[in-house]
Design a protein around this ligand. Structure first.
Ligand SMILES: [Fe+2]
Length: 502
């Protein structure tokens, strides 16, 4: 029997003055604001003659009216008169290098080409780790030719991993010509412990170099290297400008935080007293995807939407962009909720979604994109792969996205676990992290997190959406309404919190 708790609740709120037709079930009412619904239903029947019967058709009309009431409206913001932003006085200095968007048929041959390119690129990064080069074999196949006790190094891609009955980790690696087995043994020295802990983090398709001794046609590993990014010096910008980071705005969701977002726009315009100096330094703003909540992204999403029209979701988002001062260069990438191709790399938001929107300072770009801002390389990627990284790599969690982002940098691949999220099997793998970024920015997990790895600043900016029912079920606590701003000259990062200054 269907649960009818919501029907009973609505009937009781209406003091049973309205008959709820039997075609309506609890599913039609779930996720609705019962107070708003009661008010609207009462108002609808208040001046009607005859029997008051709430049919499914009337209910749908009323739900639409409630949603219209919740639609955010463009915010009229004028620049504060005493606001003299220094960012307005300095010249813009940026470049955009978008992802190569190749179209392939997704055939078996396309996937072979894709993996060959991915393997070769990552192998070159591993080779840069000089400590592993002594005794390097030409391929994994060669292991079988050597006698026990011989020390060798080899580079391979992880094909498969299992824990042996003794608790050791046996990994099959492969390259273009063959496969081999390598064994990580639990040891007691600090180096052995470190290598063994690293082996626990290995996932399919990782490319690694290992060094060890041959025993019975397998290699007992005693050291291991990732493709990794080198330790590098942090760069400063010459000009005292700020770069602001934003992601997962989710316009169209009932949980879009219009008040905090509006306050942030007022802040950028010098209308909020707190950190006004910093607001005036913001010269660049990167918006990293999920700008709209989308439609049909997950089952029954319509219940969570304040705006059911996809074009309206985008037109409201673009209306917000008109409120950003024109001297701020804005970069917008798509995310998995946006209405473009889901497979990565994702093309920019389409002309169809943009409609008549056009601003010289707003740049609609692909996901991922590498930006060059005042001499800093900023890699912007939405972060859809964080789900599979968090699920598969030990110590990664939704509460600390910066740890998962570090694992991504070590692997020099934005989507290291093949199959974790959809990718286009292009001939040249655009998700390999070719250039070492000064800043890596992601979103997607709705949790603010900042870290530094080998000189690269890692930022997950968070979200502008409240806690969803899904997140409640998952026990995930998002951090909405925070805008990280990086000052390039002093190399300081501030998280400006728009929940506190409301
Ligand atoms: Fe996302």
């Amino acid at each position: 029997m269907l649960d009818n708790g919501l029907i009973l609740e609505l009937a009781s709120r209406l003091n049973n003055r309205v008959v709820i037709a039997s075609e309506i079930d609890d599913g039609d009412l779930s996720g609705l604001d019962m107070e708003a619904l009661t008010g609207r239903v009462s108002a609808f029947f208040s001046d009607k003659q005859g029997a008051s019967i709430l049919t499914k058709q009337i209910l749908q009309q009323i739900i639409l009216m409630i949603q219209e009431e919740k639609i955010p409206t463009a915010i009229e913001i004028s620049r504060s008169g005493d606001f003299k932003p220094m960012a307005k006085e300095v010249d813009k200095k940026f470049g955009i290098s978008e992802s190569r968007l190749e179209k392939t048929g997704g055939t078996a041959a396309d996937f072979t080409d894709y993996f060959r390119d991915r393997f070769r690129k990552l192998r070159d990064f591993v080779r840069a780790n000089r400590s592993m080069l002594g005794g390097m074999l030409r391929g994994v196949d060669a292991i079988k030719q050597y006698a026990d006790g011989r020390e060798v190094s080899v580079i391979g891609m992880v094909y498969d991993k299992m824990v042996t009955k003794n608790g050791n980790i046996l990994v099959t690696i492969e390259d273009e010509n063959g496969t081999a087995k390598i064994l990580f043994v639990k040891g007691s020295s600090p180096q052995a412990i470190e290598v063994f802990e690293n082996s626990k983090k290995l996932v399919s398709d990782d490319v690694i170099a290992i060094k060890g001794k041959i025993y019975n046609k397998l290699v007992i590993v005693n050291s291991m290297a990732w493709p990794d990014i080198p330790i590098h010096e942090k760069k400063r910008t010459e000009t005292d400008i700020g770069i602001a980071f934003m992601s997962d705005v989710h316009v169209g969701s009932k949980l879009f935080l219009e008040k905090q977002f509006g306050e942030m726009l007022r802040w950028l315009n010098g209308n909020v007293d707190s950190r006004k100096d910093l607001a005036g330094k913001v010269k660049y703003l990167i918006i990293n995807g999920d700008v709209a909540d989308g439609i049909g992204v997950y089952p029954n999403q319509d219940k969570d939407l304040a705006i059911l029209d996809i074009y309206k979701q985008y037109s409201i988002f673009f209306d917000f962009l008109y409120s950003i001062p024109e001297y701020i260069e804005v970069f917008v990438t798509p995310g998995n909720h946006d209405a473009v191709q889901r497979a990565e790399p994702q093309p920019p938001l389409t002309k169809e979604l943009l409609g008549s929107f056009a601003m010289d300072n707003v740049h609609i770009i692909s996901n991922p994109s590498m930006l060059s801002i005042e001499g800093l390389k900023v890699l912007a990627y939405h972060g859809t792969s964080l789900d599979s990284v968090i699920q598969n790599i030990p110590n990664c969690s939704y509460s600390r996205p910066e740890i998962a982002m570090t694992e991504i940098l070590k692997r020099r691949h934005l989507s290291p676990i093949y199959g974790g999220n959809i990718i286009v099997p292009s001939k040249s793998d655009a998700l390999v992290i070719d250039e070492v970024p000064d800043i890596l920015h992601m979103g997607h997990v709705h949790k603010n997190g900042v870290s530094d790895y080998h000189g690269t600043l890692i930022i997950n900016s968070g979200t502008w959406q409240g806690r969803t029912a899904f997140q409640v079920k998952q026990g995930h606590i998002p951090t909405p309404g925070i805008l990280p701003v990086y000052e390039g000259k002093s190399m300081t990062l501030s998280n400006v919190d728009f929940n506190n200054i409301l």
